[in-house]
Design a binder for this molecule. Structure first.
Ligand code: PLP
Length: 410
């Protein structure tokens, strides 16, 4: 097929004239293909899917009831621009109830249509060509992608087990720090499952002040914190002087597809975000904002979500440890991030986590997500579909049986 004339017109940021012609397959597409192949080649074997990063349950019934009522109200039909007061006020109540953080709902909170969009928009408020965004790796790449769209650079901060999966701020070169404007953090961290400590945030705040950085703390998984109460960056004195926190209803409230979250923190930073957002979208559907407000007012919803995923993580850790993995229940998120096996007794060796992941899906129909950015790790999500605890137990027994059969080496 001849190229259309506009093939030459694509911007360099999406590959220029080569856009759509690459043969590189992205990690998540590879996983999908491998799953389809395993299902086709082994229809008799149940696929055990630890690869999905989405909640397996619908939003709570009372939230869906509010939605059902609000959808029929004519006053909800229009553009909501930067959001309605009911949602902002519910966020303020939530932040006060859970973290004792006082926020002015009009000036220090702004909704977003999912935090992915907020992370995509925030670089627009800061990044000029040549500016730097400091970002933890492995991680959620969206803020980095948009930093590059604006001509900025991303400086990766590797999260390694020996440093407790916290970034080594002291190792950032002075030349990079001079150009750095944003420090993007994500705790509880995806995929490592590490949670932040107060001491770490104190250091971050001091570092941000000293080097004049804006901190963007991605709290998408915050309500899935297991061993201690969830910790907001804004709870730590000085947090709201140096940054914003981005919250999501996706994970903790089983509202992945509803697309609701918010940005909160320093008034000027929230305003800058709102200015960019106002030029990108016209606000989430008001019925959804009202249902989300009802969700925030119900402290039981995130507690139940947390209980369920903690229970599943505990069961998975037992099954994996019995199969040779060195792992323990993470501090947060619904992911288990564990060193990848190096090979199979009497069988192949794995140079990368990707090779191990491909072997597990091909040989045992077990789907995982490999991470090779800072060491070789597999990420297993406990968002698999299982209707009750007996089904969870049966799935864990299957997992253990299949893994023991192949005699992994670490
Ligand atoms: C670390 C992290 N941040 C942000 C998001 C985006 O969440 P949402 O756009 O659903 O709020 C995700 C989703 O997987 C995530 O894992």
């Amino acid at each position: 097929m001849n190229d259309p004339y506009f093939q030459q017109l694509f911007a360099e940021r999406i590959g220029g004239a080569g856009h759509g012609k690459g043969t590189e397959i992205y990690k998540f597409e590879k996983i999908k293909r491998a799953k389809r192949k395993a299902l086709a080649e082994h229809p008799e074997r149940q696929l055990i899917d630890f690869g999905i990063g989405e909640n397996d349950e619908m939003a709570a019934a009372p939230v869906r009831r509010v939605m059902a009522e609000e959808i029929n109200r004519p006053e909800n039909r229009g553009y909501s621009d930067n959001g309605i007061a009911e949602f902002r006020e519910a966020v303020a109540r939530f932040m006060q109830r859970e973290f004792h953080v006082e926020l002015d709902p009009r000036r220090e909170i702004n909704h977003c249509i999912g935090t992915k969009t907020a992370l995509a928009m925030l670089p627009a408020a800061f990044i000029n060509p040549g500016d730097v965004t400091l970002m933890t790796v492995p991680g959620y790449p969206v803020a980095g992608t948009h930093t590059k769209y604006y001509g900025g650079e991303v400086y990766p901060l590797a999260l390694r087990a020996e440093k407790g999966f916290l970034p080594d701020l002291a190792a950032i070169p002075a030349e990079v720090l001079r150009r750095a404007k944003l420090l993007v953090l994500n705790y509880p961290n995806s995929p490592t499952g590490r949670t932040a400590t107060r001491e770490f945030y104190v250091r971050v705040i001091e570092f941000a002040r000293r080097h004049e950085l804006v901190v963007v703390q991605d709290a998408a998984h915050l309500m899935l914190t297991y061993h201690e109460p969830p910790l907001s960056f804004l709870q730590v004195p000085g947090g709201s002087d140096v940054g914003v926190e981005v919250h999501s209803l996706s994970k903790g409230w089983n509202m992945i597809g509803w697309r609701m979250g918010w940005v909160c923190g320093h008034e000027r930073l929230v305003r800058a975000f709102a200015d960019v957002k106002d030029n990108c979208d016209s606000g989430q559907f008001m019925a959804i904002q009202k249902a989300a407000a009802a969700a925030l007012d119900d402290p039981d919803i995130p507690r139940q979500t947390r209980r369920k995923y903690l229970r599943r993580l505990e069961k998975l850790v037992i099954a994996l440890r019995r199969s040779g993995f060195e792992c323990r229940v993470p501090g947060g998120t619904y992911f288990l991030y564990t060193p990848s096996p190096k090979g199979v007794a009497g069988g192949p060796r794995f140079e990368t986590a990707e090779a191990a992941s491909q072997y597990l899906i091909a040989e045992q129909s077990i789907s995982t997500v490999p991470w090779d950015d800072a060491g070789a790790y597999l990420r297993l999500s406990v968002t698999y579909v299982a209707p009750d605890e007996a089904a969870e137990d049966a799935l864990m027994a299957q997992t253990e049986q299949r893994l023991r059969q192949i005699r992994l080496e670490f």
